[in-house]
Design a protein around this ligand. Structure first.
Ligand code: SAM
Length: 224
């Protein structure tokens, strides 16, 4: 019988690129694991029932318990885009953005099932083809740069599109993994990011919030 994995084990899987719960990508052993690992079976049951299935890592704790609540408290935040969807983000609309005009976007058609009710299948680079200028109050782009958004051209197009689709005063949260294999283009070399103002995130006291994870997951806060 498998036992529950510790946060350190999950973070070590994330560091290796498995995103902590690779079962969906390994369908073969799934039935066996359902029968032998009650924690896995519980997670699978929760997912099937539409209940939250959080990923127990420090960067998720920061995102879900510090960053989301900070923005939830701001009544002016009505239109939200969350870029990149996976099994551990499916509950974000209901748990954190109910009552807001919440959108998700992912380039992969397979990610649709993890998205919100309003979901766009498209690369972030083409955001301007789907939304008018000055549309969003808040855009999250977490774990996308370095995970598919990899070339300089992609990053410039994607971040410029985020800037143009944010309202004046809107916020852009860029979550990224600060290790060489996940930083394909130095962020400080990107012209598109220079169009934003760096915004202090009060709980961190800085515009940049590095989390205590082995893969150095970092949140950067920008305002238009
Ligand atoms: C590691 S997952 C991150 C999921 C989620 N945003 C999070 O908070 O962890 C990366 C996701 O980004 C998507 N992705 C990669 N490149 C993209 C792009 N250029 N535009 C939109 N989505 C992209 C992938 O399809 C994948 O679902």
């Amino acid at each position: 019988m498998h036992t529950s994995r510790s946060r350190a084990q999950i973070e070590s899987e994330v560091l290796r690129g498995n995103e902590g719960m690779p079962e969906e990508r390994h369908r073969g052993p799934k039935l066996l694991r359902l029968l032998t690992d009650r924690h896995f079976a519980l997670r699978a049951a929760r997912y099937a029932l539409g209940l939250p299935v959080p990923l127990d890592t420090e960067d998720r704790r920061v995102l879900e318990q510090e960053i989301f609540p900070f923005f939830q408290r701001q009544s002016g935040i009505r239109t939200v885009l969350f870029v990149g969807c996976d099994w551990y983000t499916r509950h974000y609309e209901r748990a954190f953005f109910a009552g807001r005009n919440y959108w998700t976007l992912d380039v992969s058609p397979a990610a649709r099932k993890h998205g919100g009710r309003q979901h766009v299948v498209a690369p972030l680079e083409s955001l301007a083809g789907h939304f008018p200028p000055d549309f969003f109050d808040l855009i999250f782009c977490n774990g996308v740069y370095g995970y598919g958004l990899d070339t300089r051209e992609q990053c410039e197009l994607a971040f410029a599109a985020c800037h143009s689709r944010l309202k004046k005063g809107g916020c852009f949260v860029l979550g990224w993994v600060d290790i060489p294999q996940r930083t394909p283009v130095p962020l400080d070399s990107l012209a598109a990011l220079r169009h934003f103002e760096k915004m202090t995130f009060p709980p961190a006291g800085s515009w940049r919030y590095p989390t205590a994870t082995p893969y150095r997951h970092t949140y950067d806060f920008y305002a238009k």
